[in-house]
Design a protein around this ligand. Structure first.
Ligand code: PMP
Length: 419
């Protein structure tokens, strides 16, 4: 039998067997650091449970009504009645899941409709939906640039962009965050012949700063590169049609690929890439993170499609979100907090702290007061930088923003983060 064959293959004497190495031992330092922090009596910032979600801006956490200021629900679409209804209808009509890849049995009419909605929203010839934004970056970046070609990326790029580089076979070149000069210099050193892809983000999500896309894209084009912009945090909010920072900054004609996600302004889950490249559809055959995974549930793409179409006409929500961003940024700055950007640049406002214990104490004090913000720490942030990341929603009322500021004042003074 097979079992007997396996047993036969084992070494005869136990002494010849190497001692088992615990593969988890490399995480010991991290485990110890976490245990030490928890021993101080703080709540675990990475173990929050939403017991009930009341609206895009309110949830029950540990029995307490809590304002949500740490979600990516920028446009507040998660409870939109049309969006919710579309999901219910799709569940009734198509069932709970596709049980297959997009290229086999996993393309239902809602997937095609969702791609149509993206083409309308972005005014592009092509749109391809992936199961997450992470996979969209993984797939596009690893597939577009192959062996002997180059990917040039901002040093502060999202993990999914780095992982796309790691999955593929291209040569990787990093340039200093948002430095047009460094991008130009590094491109100038590369051989002219091979294909090159410059990868940029509209909004960088840790500090909430935006990219100088016109200058970046001009430099990329000067050196003969194609350009991919990740608009995960720009979609819905920037530009007259909500397409992203690249629309607001007027570089649509020179951007070859836009990657985005449904997990932020769209309010569900999924990822995509849109493009006008005439050969774009070949990606459906060669892009492994598209081919070798199951497609999204029909209810998910149905909610995404209607949400995207509604975001095309969300000018009022965009205007209100800007008001919220300006007020929160101005108020926090006035209290003496150090923020990720000098002026409000996006819907993300990052409060910077240098001490982990103080950062966690402030985070916990805010939570006890009824406010949830996102905690970010290395390696997601630079060494020694702890962020309480506030991300605003178009559904936060002006009154809620005032309440948020009051909570930041009281908690900041209580833990000594501000005077
Ligand atoms: N790109 C960026 C810039 C992101 O911030 C994120 C998610 N935080 C992603 C891609 C991945 O998106 P998703 O949640 O759909 O996997």
């Amino acid at each position: 039998t097979e079992a007997a064959a396996t047993a036969d293959a084992l070494p005869a004497t136990p002494a010849a067997v190497a001692p088992e190495r615990d593969l988890f031992s490399k995480f010991d330092a991290l485990i110890a650091e976490r245990e030490a922090l928890m021993a101080t009596g703080v709540r675990d910032p990475f173990a929050i449970v939403m017991e009930k979600v009341l609206s895009p801006t309110l949830a029950i956490i540990k029995g307490k009504e809590t304002i949500l200021l740490g979600t990516y629900n920028y446009m507040g679409m998660t409870f939109d009645p049309d969006v919710v209804q579309a999901g219910k209808d799709a569940l009734d009509n198509f069932g709970s899941g596709t049980t297959g890849s997009r290229v086999l049995n996993g393309t239902y009419s809602p997937h095609k409709d969702c791609e149509e909605a993206l083409k309308e929203f972005y005014d592009t010839d092509h749109a391809m939906v992936f199961s997450t934004g992470y996979q969209a970056n993984l797939g596009m970046i690893s597939t577009l640039a192959g062996k002997g070609e180059y990917i040039i990326l901002d040093a502060d790029s999202h993990a999914s962009i780095y992982d796309g580089c790691a999955l593929g076979n291209a040569e990787i070149v990093r340039f200093r965050h948002n430095s047009v000069e460094d991008l130009d210099k590094r491109l100038g050193r590369l051989p002219k012949e091979p294909g090159k892809l410059v990868v940029l983000e509209g909004v960088y999500s840790m500090f909430g700063d935006i990219a100088p896309l016109p200058e970046m894209v001009a430099v990329a084009k000067k050196h003969g590169c194609m350009v991919l912009v990740d608009e995960a945090h720009g979609m819905g909010f920037f530009g007259p049609n909500g397409r992203g920072v690249y629309e607001e900054q007027g570089v649509e004609a020179d951007v070859d690929f836009v990657v985005g996600t449904f997990s932020k302004s769209v309010g569900t889950v999924g990822g995509f890439c849109v493009s006008n490249h005439p050969k774009f559809d070949v990606m459906r055959l060669v892009c492994r993170p598209y081919v070798f995974t199951a497609s999204l549930p029909p209810s998910v793409v149905a909610t995404a499609a209607i949400s995207i179409r509604k975001l095309m006409h969300a000018g009022n929500k965009r205007a209100h979100l800007w008001e919220n961003s300006k007020r929160l940024h101005g108020g926090l700055k006035e209290m003496g907090y150090t923020l990720g950007t000098e002026t409000p640049q996006s819907a993300i406002i990052a409060v910077i702290l240098e001490d982990q214990t103080q950062a966690v104490a402030l985070w916990q004090s805010l939570l006890e007061g009824g406010l949830y913000v996102n905690m970010a720490r290395p390696p997601a942030t630079p060494a020694g930088t702890y962020l309480l990341r506030c991300s605003l929603c178009a559904e936060h009322s002006a009154e809620q923003v005032e309440t948020i500021l009051g909570l930041f004042k009281a908690a900041g003074q209580a833990v000594g983060a501000i005077g």
